[in-house]
Design a binder for this molecule. Structure first.
Ligand SMILES: Nc1ncnc2c1ncn2[C@@H]1O[C@H](COP(=O)(O)OP(=O)(O)OP(=O)(O)O)[C@@H](O)[C@H]1O
Ligand SMILES: [Mg+2]
Length: 470
């Protein structure tokens, strides 16, 4: 995988011995420096004059140049110039027999890092050499790290290395700064929520509120007051004025999740907001202006809803100004290992668990599976995997029951209800139930309860906390 390996390279850069070039026309100085610097572990080359130095510079990769300024042929300043031309990153320390500040200044201007006036203490020189090389290493490491991060396949907590996800990252970055309405589409669990947040946090509105409303979760009768607020007496029970989310989000972003669930009346009101950025509070008469950016999301096919007469066509066009589509995980399998490892790291840290990898066989199972629940399903499975594993790696046996490679050890799924159901919630309910049963059977002794479920104490404790059990 490119991310971890490029980071590892950062460390490797320091392993190779560093090369120093000593340039001085004085034999005793050359010998002395060579001996001292060799003892400090550097590979040392020596040149008797400027011409020789330039030859070496063009032949060898020099990390540090230690050059006299006054030499019979070329001046040290010339050597420095060539050194910088061949390698911008070379560290240069100049030496001069006279306290001639103007050449020293000229040397510094040309990019020398330091200069010494002869005679100088060898120890001081050794310290300076080490210091400048260390500074350079840190600087290079920083550049490498930044470069690694640039291709780290992570954008605002969104992870992906597939061409399609990289295109999403680029798109989000480009559109974030505009005020255009965005429609994020994709199956459940593909990361629409994350993308909506990334758009807000990359926009100029990032310091203003990000307000999310799940249109499918709020009862129809409450949606209007929730979104637009109401004035006192608007309906029975409205005892005071209440701000709607649109007002709360003023100058920020409103995220309308599951927009396909909005009923006809609300669609008209939303259209109005998008057209002229004004709205009326429920029961109010005043036209209120709203400075908001709207990001909407849906896992439904809005075009089909339009064709079926369930979603207003004019609203669809108002919302679909900039479409961002998140492909299902099965269509970007390259992302699976990266995501899986990310989640293992995250949950192992949360559970204080020693699991830190996924065996190749287990990874193969993950890569073959169809992931109907997309990234969310993978995340949940890695959470379970980390909890159940007692060794340091996720084994194929642990995850096989979930990814359809074998029968589950306990219980067989019931038949799928006619109207379908919320599988994820169902699985959570089962999980919570087993944790509670184990606690009860072990009289609240968590170590024993954890044993009953084949998980570590720490993992067990994590679930107890997650489900708020005592
Ligand atoms: N590319 C990704 N990198 C890291 N985590 C991700 C990624 N995509 C999704 N996730 C994680 O998966 C879970 C589901 O993501 P999210 O809530 O954004 O999906 P969604 O598309 O909004 O789903 P739904 O349609 O069910 O609302 C979250 O916990 C999220 O952090
Ligand atoms: Mg969502």
């Amino acid at each position: 995988m490119s991310h971890p390996s490029s980071v590892a390279n950062v460390g490797e850069a320091t392993v190779a011995a560093l090369r120093v070039l000593v340039v001085d026309d004085e034999q005793s100085m050359r010998d002395m420096l060579r001996i001292v610097l060799r003892r400090d572990g550097y590979v040392v080359s020596v040149a008797r004059n400027g011409a020789e130095a330039i030859e070496i510079l063009q032949r060898e990769p020099i990390d540090l140049l230690l050059s006299d300024i006054r030499m019979p042929d070329l001046s040290g300043v010339e050597v420095l110039r060539t050194a910088k031309e061949t390698n911008r990153d070379v560290v240069a320390i100049m030496m001069t027999a006279f306290a001639s500040t103007d050449t020293a200044v000229e040397a510094l201007r040309l990019g020398a890092n330091d200069y010494f006036t002869k005679p100088f203490s060898m120890d001081e020189l050794r310290l300076k050499v080490r210091h400048h090389l260390e500074t350079r290493r840190l600087r290079q490491e920083n550049v490498l790290l930044k470069r690694a991060l640039g291709t780290a396949h992570e954008f605002c907590n969104i992870i992906g290395c597939s061409e399609s996800m990289l295109a999403v990252f680029r798109m989000v970055e480009t559109i974030a700064r505009t005020n255009s309405t965005v429609l994020v589409t994709g199956e459940s669990g593909t990361g629409k929520d994350l993308v909506a947040r990334a758009i807000h946090f990359h926009s100029l509105r990032r310091d203003q509120p990000f307000v999310a409303l799940n249109c499918g979760a709020v009862p129809e009768t409450l949606l209007e007051s929730e979104l637009f607020g109401h004035v006192r007496g608007a309906f029975t029970g409205a005892e005071a004025n209440k701000k709607g989310l649109i007002e709360v989000a003023e100058r920020g972003t409103v995220f309308l999740d599951e927009i396909g669930e909005m009923n006809g009346t609300m669609q008209v009101k939303l259209l109005r907001i998008l057209q002229d950025r004004t709205f009326r509070r429920l029961g109010g008469t005043e036209e209120v202006h709203a400075d908001i950016r709207v990001v909407a999301a849906t896992n439904q096919d809005l075009r089909k809803l339009v064709a079926d007469g369930k979603f207003r066509e004019d609203l669809f066009y108002r919302i679909n100004v900039i479409p961002v589509h998140l492909p299902p995980l099965r269509e970007r399998r390259e992302d699976i290992p990266l995501l899986a490892e990310h989640f293992v790291g995250k949950f192992a840290a949360a559970m204080g668990n020693a699991v830190h990898s996924i065996t190749a066989e287990a990874m193969a199972l993950l890569q073959e599976y169809s992931w109907p629940g997309n990234v969310r399903e993978l995340e949940n499975l890695m959470e379970r995997g980390v909890a159940l594993e007692s060794g340091s790696a996720i084994l194929p046996e642990t995850i096989a029951p979930y990814v359809g490679a074998a029968r589950p050890a306990v219980g067989i799924a019931g038949s799928l209800p006619e109207a379908g159901f919320d599988l994820e919630q169902h699985v959570k309910d089962i999980e919570r139930d087993y944790i509670a049963q184990a606690l009860e059977r072990s009289d609240g002794v968590q170590v024993r309860a954890a044993e009953l479920l084949g998980m570590s104490f720490r993992s067990f404790r994590y679930y107890v906390k997650k489900y708020n059990l005592k």
